[in-house]
Design a protein around this ligand. Structure first.
Ligand code: NAD
Length: 790
């Protein structure tokens, strides 16, 4: 036990550290350490103060709430202080709390014979946002304030008015003349992701977590910024009241709900500690699938007379407690950064961390995405970093703790040559194509130029090629692929089809039978569908969906290989960037050789056939002219040209005088058009694109041939959670067979979501957007109704 002198010193040090963290967290909305670390320091201080009660001072962080308010806002004095909550981390802490409540109320403790009294508690999720007070006079919102230091907060009246679900006027009648509603302003997980994506695109500041984003958005001096942020409010209590209210906590919340206040849907009544713990566990299980982030649950004595009797301690009520969940963010050390080479050659930095437990899982690696992210974080090897693990996503490095940067940190440097094959590593170029211009900028991705000569890329390419959704060659796991590459037996996917028994048998894991099985599996894979084959090739940005679209629309490998980028953009969901990726993949001599070898070594595509181009865009001449991206020619100009000249050749041939006669086509546009087509290569290219479109079955204003006529045409479905009666792939095939599109994410355009057990954020999003949700049984019934065997 430290002596009094040592304790006093440590106490002083902890107080000053905690004060600084409080200021950063509550005032600047820029904490530099994770909450778990703050809580550890706080508890250390509390424990020391309990041991040395003579050292407790009123200005200790253990005695105070939050931090002083920011002076840029007006001040608001809280008539009834806005307090913090005591914390429980373990079940025993919660049982202790329940015992203290019963002792405080002089209620007999429970005994072995079922005697005693169970206290009724309200149970609510503990939303991770910031506390706000809303004052209503005669039913009208007159003031909004932050908690500040509990007695003085900031006047954020203008800002709270921008929050969509804060009522400006109470509904119904019977509300007290003066009613101060308290609750949490927070940001949903989807709102947070969307905000960060927008911020990143605009080159703005991103937020480490939804709480910081909510706090930073609400405490803005410019309320227009607050209005543009996806904030929500959830009410959990009242402060100052002049008038009548029910005499229980839950009663009050129900009354508030009746007056239009949003309250938690998870609000429940529990009797005694056991029911509280059951609630804690049940919310804990659903934590990931909730639409918003929570850091625990809050239990409050439901009976208001009891609450009054129990009263308050320095910074928290005696009648409430927050039972915390394991933290999603933790501190650890960045030991090193290694570079991994992926299938497309992307060289990505991966953080090697000193192992740390985050929300119950030991994390020793985290993604750093790319070098732009490394620069944005300003992270160096040796730094202390905050790791965040939310849901099933890969752990991320979200922040550097600069205060803890040691003097011997090293910068993270992209290697000049590939760590696997030694080829040169190049920064990718981004090409932006708009109105006749191509502009280049530096991309965030670095690539090894070694391609299939790079063992890492080759291995990944082959692992992808043989995978179940691609060529589906059973018996070739990652380890086996690695061996085949390392032994020099396979230098391209085509080499799989020349493998001989003697070459394989004896390799690790390959006895006679397994070798025979593997060769049989390779032979069996010789007749893939066109879509599988295209997918298996591993064209950058071409997933299964795009591969299917290409196969279905163009119906032959030959046509896919020849398709011009502009033509590909007429296919559903194919944008210009992907179109260029596809085109340049097939232009590449090496790729062409591999494909020729595959075909020469016995690959027979099953469903090549007649064209039934499934063109998404409206096939009009005007649309086509617009797509040529001629400077100053927009859609309306293109329409006028199409009407006047009737054909591409007519437009190419139009002279200056003809063009000047086109209504509302200004001089600049006419000149630009002439200049464009005066270049023979432009006219030639436009003619080639048009000719190819016609060859592929698309004629101007021809009827659109789609999956029309199929019962689910035009619908978008999403599958989520685990399906137990059929695999997801089978379910997807069935839906597609009926003409539906199966998408990976839920939006307002989603027709229906099929949710199996364990469904998470997609289900939450569907509920939020009011999208129809079917469980697996209902889905099967629906399929059966369409005559699909299930
Ligand atoms: P708290 O967040 O633990 O609990 C009190 C708050 O919970 C209330 O003010 C309210 O905003 C909120 N709350 C959410 N749902 C509620 C409900 N249903 N009923 C009542 N209240 C509800 O305490 P605090 O004093 O606001 O702050 C302490 C927390 O902030 C700790 O978790 C700590 O880790 C964190 N913190 C972190 C840093 C840092 O540097 N990382 C610094 C200071 C504080």
């Amino acid at each position: 036990m430290p002596d009094a002198q040592a304790a006093a010193e440590r106490i002083a040090q902890l107080r000053s550290e905690l004060d600084a963290h409080n200021y950063r967290y509550h005032v600047l909305d820029e904490p530099s350490i994770p909450d778990a670390e703050y809580d550890r320091l706080f508890h250390e201080l509390k424990a020391l103060e309990t041991e040395h009660p003579q050292l407790v001072t009123p200005d200790s962080p253990t005695q105070r709430v939050g931090s002083l308010a920011l002076s840029a806002f007006g001040e608001v004095k809280h008539e009834v202080p806005m307090l913090s909550l005591g914390n429980a981390f373990e079940e025993d802490d919660l049982r202790d709390f329940d015992r203290r409540v019963r002792e405080g109320l002089d209620l007999p403790a429970g005994d072995l014979f079922g005697g005693g009294v169970d206290v009724e508690y309200s149970c609510e999720p503990k939303l991770d946002g910031l506390a706000v007070s809303l004052l209503y006079r005669d039913g009208l919102l007159v003031r909004g304030a932050t908690r500040g230091d509990g007695s003085t907060g900031e006047d954020i009246s203008v800002n709270v008015r921008t929050i969509r679900n804060v009522p400006l006027k109470l509904q119904g009648s019977g509300w007290p003349a003066v009613l101060e509603v308290r609750g949490e302003v927070f940001m949903s997980k989807t709102g947070f992701d969307a905000l960060n994506a927008r911020q990143l695109e605009a080159g703005g500041k991103t937020f480490a977590n939804p709480r910081n984003a909510a706090a930073g958005s609400l405490r803005q001096l410019d309320s227009k910024i607050t209005a543009s942020r996806p904030l929500e409010f959830c009410c959990y209590g009242v402060g100052q009241v002049q008038g009548e209210l029910p005499d229980s906590h839950i009663g009050i919340l129900e009354a508030l709900k009746g007056w239009g206040m949003p309250i938690s849907r998870e609000l429940k009544l529990a009797k005694g500690a056991d029911e509280c713990l059951a609630y804690y566990r049940s919310i804990g299980e659903r934590r990931e699938s909730l639409a918003y982030e929570i850091d625990g649950v809050v239990f409050k004595v439901n009976n208001l007379a009891y609450q009054r009797e129990l009263g308050f301690r320095a910074r928290e009520p005696r009648w409430a407690i927050a039972h915390k969940f394991p933290a999603l963010e933790e501190l650890t050390e960045l030991l090193d950064v290694e570079f991994q080479v992926g299938r497309t050659g992307a060289v990505t930095p991966v953080a090697r961390l000193k192992p740390v437990k985050v929300a119950g899982v030991t994390v020793s690696n985290a993604t750093l995405h790319n070098m732009d992210e490394v620069a944005r974080l300003g992270v160096m090897i040796g730094d202390t970093v905050i790791i965040r693990r939310a849901g099933d996503v890969i752990p991320q490095v979200v922040q550097v703790v600069l205060e803890r940067r040691p003097s011997d940190v090293r910068p993270v440097q992209i290697p000049e040559s590939c760590p696997v094959c030694g080829s040169h590593v190049e920064r990718t170029q981004l090409v932006k194509r708009s109105k006749g211009k191509e502009t280049f900028s530096e991309g965030s991705v670095y690539r090894c130029v070694g391609r299939l000569a790079c063992a890492a890329q080759l291995k990944q390419a082959i692992i992808h090629f043989v995978s179940r959704r691609a060529m589906d060659i059973e018996g070739l796991g990652e380890k086996s692929v690695e061996q085949l590459v390392d032994e020099g037996l396979v230098a391209s996917p085509a080499d799989l089809y020349t493998l001989q028994f003697e070459q394989i048998v004896g390799l690790e894991g390959f006895a006679e039978l397994s070798t025979k099985n593997l060769l049989a599996a390779i032979a069996d894979s010789r007749k893939p569908s066109l879509a599988r084959f295209i997918y298996a090739l591993g064209i950058p940005d071409v997933g299964e969906e795009t591969a299917k679209v290409l196969a279905r629309s163009l119906a032959s490998l030959e046509r896919v290989k020849r398709a011009l980028p502009e033509v590909l953009t007429y296919l559903p969901d194919v944008g210009l960037e992907v179109a260029h990726e596809i085109h340049s993949f097939f232009e590449d001599a090496h790729n062409r050789t591999v494909i020729e070898q595959l075909l020469a070594r016995g690959i027979e595509l099953q469903d090549e056939g007649e064209l039934h181009a499934e063109f998404a865009a409206c096939a009009t001449l005007a649309g086509f002219i617009d797509k040529l991206n001629i400077p100053f020619i927009a859609v309306t100009g293109a329409e006028k040209l199409a009407v006047k000249f009737g054909s591409l050749q007519g437009i190419i041939d139009a002279d200056w005088l003809d063009l000047r006669q086109v209504e509302r086509l200004n001089e600049k546009a006419a000149r630009s058009l002439r200049e464009f087509f005066d270049k023979p290569e432009n006219a030639e290219r436009a003619r080639r694109i048009e000719a190819q479109l016609h060859e592929f079955g698309m004629h101007w204003q021809s009827e659109k041939k789609t999956v029309e006529g199929l019962p689910l045409a035009g619908q978008t479905w999403v599958l989520t959670g685990s399906l137990e009666l059929m695999s997801r792939d089978v379910a997807k095939d069935k839906l597609e067979g009926l003409g539906a599109k199966v998408a990976g994410s839920v939006s307002a355009k989603t027709t229906c979501v099929v949710a199996g057990p364990g469904a998470g954020s997609k289900l939450a999003k569907a509920n939020e957007l009011g999208v129809q949700v079917l469980d697996e049984q209902a889905f099967l019934t629906a399929m059966a109704a369409y005559g699909v065997a299930t």
